[in-house]
Ligand binder design. Structure first.
Ligand code: 3NM
Length: 233
C-alpha cells in the first residue's frame, strides 16, 4: 500500500513550488473581517452592504451564467461604493481583470490559479480548508485569511468531509496564529457565541441570513455581536 505521508509530502512540495516568484505573501487583512455573508446574487450583495456589512462573498456556482462577468464587475463596484471587502469566489481571472478587492478559492483551484498574478495585483486571497491537512497546504501560501469548515452539518453545500466541530476549530485557529480565520458551515445565530469562543476572527454564513424570516434584522443583530467583539480587541 502507498505510504500516505508520501502523498502528503508530494502535495506539500507541489504547493510550495507554485510560481509565486517575487510575491510570496498575500496582503494580510489588518482589521477583523467580522460578519462574512456568502451570497449568490448582486441584489443580496447590495442589500447586505446597505445594512452595514463590510465583508461579503459573491459565490455564483454556474459558470455558464451569461451575466457572470457583468455581475462580478457590479459586485466589485458595489464594494468600492460601500468601502467594503467583496471577495469573488472561484472566478479569479475575472476578479483579476476587473480589480477585485479579493478572491476566495477552494483547494482544487490552488494548483491552477495564477496566484502570483493575484498577489502582484494586490488582490487578497482567502482559501477554504477542511481539516488539518488542507490547512497545512493553505498555510504554505500565506493567504490573507484561512476559511475553516465546515464546522457543523450544513444543507447549503454538499460536503465530502465530516463536520469539524468546535474543538477542531479551536485547534485550527491556534495553528493559524495571527492570520485572520473564518469559520463556515452550519453556523446559526444561536451558535455564534460558541464559535466566537474558539477565538476565530470571523464567521461566514449563508442560510442563517438568506433563509431568515427577517434577514435585515438578523444581519444587524449579527453585526452588533460579531463586529462589537472585534472592536474590543
Ligand atoms: N463552504 P451555511 S460550508 C459555502 O466548509 C460553504 O467550505 C463551506 O452555508 C466549507 O451557512 C458552506 O448555510 C455552506 O451552512 C455554508
Amino acid at each position: 500500500p502507498q505510504d500516505p505521508c508520501a502523498t502528503v509530502n508530494a502535495d506539500l512540495r507541489a504547493v510550495a513550488a507554485l510560481p509565486l516568484r517575487r510575491a510570496h505573501r498575500f496582503a494580510g487583512i489588518s482589521t477583523p473581517l467580522g460578519l462574512y455573508p456568502v451570497v449568490d446574487s448582486l441584489p443580496w450583495i447590495e442589500r447586505l452592504l446597505s445594512w452595514g456589512v463590510k465583508t461579503v462573498q459573491l459565490r455564483i456556482k454556474n459558470p455558464q451564467d451569461p451575466q457572470l462577468e457583468t455581475h462580478i464587475i457590479a459586485a466589485i463596484a458595489l464594494g468600492r461604493r460601500y468601502q467594503a471587502r467583496v471577495f469573488i469566489n472561484d472566478y479569479w481571472q475575472l476578479a483579476l481583470r476587473h480589480g477585485a478587492y479579493g478572491v476566495h478559492l477552494g483547494q482544487e483551484d490552488l494548483l491552477t490559479a495564477d496566484l502570483a498574478a493575484l498577489a502582484e495585483a494586490n488582490i487578497r486571497l482567502g482559501i477554504s480548508t477542511h481539516g488539518f491537512y488542507e490547512l497545512a497546504l493553505a498555510m504554505t501560501l500565506a493567504p490573507s485569511y484561512l476559511a475553516l469548515g465546515h464546522i457543523f452539518p450544513t444543507a447549503t453545500k454538499q460536503m465530502a468531509s465530516q463536520p469539524q466541530g468546535l474543538q477542531r476549530l479551536a485547534r485550527a485557529v491556534a495553528l493559524c496564529r495571527d492570520r485572520p480565520t473564518v469559520a463556515i458551515g452550519g453556523i446559526s445565530y444561536d451558535r455564534v457565541a460558541s464559535v466566537l469562543a474558539t477565538g476565530v476572527s470571523s464567521i461566514a454564513m449563508v442560510s442563517a441570513i438568506t433563509q431568515a424570516a427577517d434577514p435585515e434584522a438578523v444581519t444587524r443583530q449579527l453585526l452588533a455581536r460579531i463586529e462589537c467583539r472585534a472592536d474590543q480587541e
